[in-house]
Design a protein around this ligand. Structure first.
Ligand code: SF4
Ligand code: SF4
Ligand code: SF4
Length: 278
């Protein structure tokens, strides 16, 4: 069986909005019965670009997450629909029937991802269709076609030879909010850029006031450690961290090691850390 899915690489998204515009161009003023009525010109983002800013001056990191309908395997919108107005196809695509769903505004709130939009003029809930009308004629979704950075991978998750299946095996793909148990068919690479924290800093040699390159930074929490080295600006960073207690140790031959305890509650930039000559 075919099971369509997305794998979206957050590191590659630069918020150019080509996917959003392509989706709008495909659906604005165009009906695709029986899958969807036309998307209104304003007010709906079937491919929503979410911006996440982490850290604060002088250390700020910005990431973008394209967020369409997740085409959940266990979809709350299907449970909330009356008269079978939302259904899942055997290929995984969740469809809002544009005839049966008229007046069913409760569907908007039923989606925990905020993927359903209300069309007031037509009294109709609407969302991403995975471009099912294009798939049926052998074409890929418009947003995938339009993305200049190849951030959005689309294919058959049940085909072991497909790009998406290979990516799922080779890289760390995660779904958004797995705790909701909706079992999305949209996966993300580098999701930690939206959901987790970093610890970073800059190390300086106290005797020369120079950037300290090649210092070993070891971060320990709950008995497990990860290591990195400072770059030629003396900078180091650990990313993808959950909140909790951490111990950071900085070591360099000829300098006294330094240990810093961190109670991580949000992204943490430690600023300049000076190592004293022994
Ligand atoms: S993301 Fe929302 S609209 Fe899409 S299938 Fe899941 S619950 Fe339904
Ligand atoms: S798959 Fe199609 S409907 Fe869904 S966001 Fe992309 S272009 Fe829009
Ligand atoms: S087209 Fe690609 S890079 Fe541009 S916003 Fe969409 S996903 Fe991101």
């Amino acid at each position: 069986m075919t099971k369509w899915g997305f794998i979206i690489d957050i590191s590659k998204c630069n918020a150019c909005y080509c996917c959003f515009i392509a989706c709008k161009d495909e659906y604005w003023d165009n009906d695709y019965p029986p899958y969807t009525a036309a998307q209104p010109r304003h007010g709906q983002s079937w491919m929503n670009i979410i911006r996440n800013e982490r850290g604060k001056h002088p250390y700020v990191k910005v990431s973008y997450m394209p967020e369409p309908c997740m085409h959940c395997e266990d979809a709350p919108c299907i449970k909330a629909a009356k008269d079978g107005a939302v259904y899942k196809r055997p290929d995984g695509i969740v469809v809002i029937d544009p005839r049966k769903a008229v007046g069913q505004e409760q569907l908007v709130k039923s989606c925990p991802y905020g993927a359903i939009f209300w069309n007031g003029e037509k009294s109709l809930p609407q969302k991403c269709t995975f471009c099912v009308h294009r798939l049926e004629v052998g074409e890929i979704p418009r947003c995938v076609q339009a993305c200049p950075t190849e951030c959005i991978h689309f294919g058959d998750l049940d085909d072991p030879g497909s790009d998406v299946s290979k990516l799922l095996k080779s890289a760390k793909a995660e779904v958004l909010h797995p705790e909701w148990n909706t079992r999305p068919l949209v996966y993300y690479l580098d999701l930690h850029k939206m959901t987790r924290y970093f610890i970073a800093g800059a190390v300086v040699f106290g005797d020369t006031d120079e950037c300290a390159e090649g210092v070993t930074a070891t971060l320990t929490t709950n008995g497990s450690s990860t290591k990195t080295s400072t770059n030629n600006y003396g900078d180091f960073e650990f990313d993808g961290l959950d909140d909790g207690m951490y111990r950071l140790k900085l070591e360099c031959t000829g300098y006294a090691p330094k240990t810093i305890n961190i109670n991580l509650k949000t992204n943490s930039y430690l600023g300049d850390i000076t190592l004293a000559k022994t």
